[in-house]
Ligand binder design. Sequence first.
Ligand code: PMP
Length: 370
Amino acid sequence: MTFPPIRPELAGIEPYGAPQLPVDQVPVQLNVNENPYPPSAECVADIAASAADAARTLNRYPDREFVALRAALASYLSRDVSGEIAVEQVWAANGSNEVMLQLLQAFGGPGRTALSFAPTYSMYPEYARDTMTAWVAGRREDDFSLDLDRARAMIEEVRPDVVLLPSPNNPTGTALPPEAVTALCESAAEDGIDGLVVVDEAYGEFRRAGVPSALELLPAHRNLVVTRTMSKAFAAAGLRVGYLAADPAICDAIRVVRLPYHLSAVTQAAALAALRHAPELLGNVDQLRAQRDKTVAWLRDQGHRVADSDANFCLFGTFRDRHAVWQGLLDRGVLIRETGPEGWLRVSIGTPEEMAAFEDALVEVIKEMT
Ligand code: PMP
């Protein structure tokens, strides 16, 4: 008998997590797609005052329906659509990780299947495993786009209950064109089965000019779910707030599986305060998008392959020994991520100073290896 008596399919599995190293050891941390700009002193003060207010009633449970937060998120999302996103269409949880887990708790499960197209976000198979949902991964093309005919054929064959599509994709940075989202929503809803299509826009705010959000397509497809997070564009990864917009019936289904009071009063208060500072927080997004484009151009100038990126990171390569490149950078105080298809590496976009350190270190490492 093994101890602890864990489910056999979980036995011996290492918990997920990018390697984390202390900042005093590795000063340039470009490995988990964080926003490098901390909130301003005014924003910090507003969050602190709001958290203190919430603390005065911590003897009580929080608003289980977090109506004020959902209203603020709905109004924030409404900027990205020609119509309006209603409060009833919005749901939130502790990070979009939890939103996605709740989606699979409600719409996946034993006898049901989740489908994505690799390379894709590495947590999806874990949500599937944890909810006992079967996991199927198709493939993206060599340029990391989706071939729509092949994707549709796969949906017809697998008949997934949930399709998970990050756009922009992690780890490649590739955004899905709206025609792809439309085609997949239609395929997933054929034969009287409304398979859900979840477009994970964790990096949505970083998309290049002219690239639309899938939010625009919500009125046309009741099986479409668009998820977002405050972790990236809002520079609030430590807050743990992710959210979605979808048909209100989808939010109602999630209410069945959510834990009561899953969003603490402090979380709700801090998120509302952060949303009041949206213009400031999102101001840095433009800077990061410009820095991303510069980094992509610089890497290409150096002769590397770089996937087109609509996110706050880029995937570059390809290296015969990518681990040696990753280690060489780490030895020079720059931590990036060894992820993606064989031979590729992913670097998150930091401040101009951090990107200069990355570039200097990469030039040295490549010189040393040749
Ligand atoms: N989706 C994608 C594609 C991600 O890359 C991440 C975080 N790395 C998440 C969702 C989850 O983010 P969070 O739980 O912080 O909202």
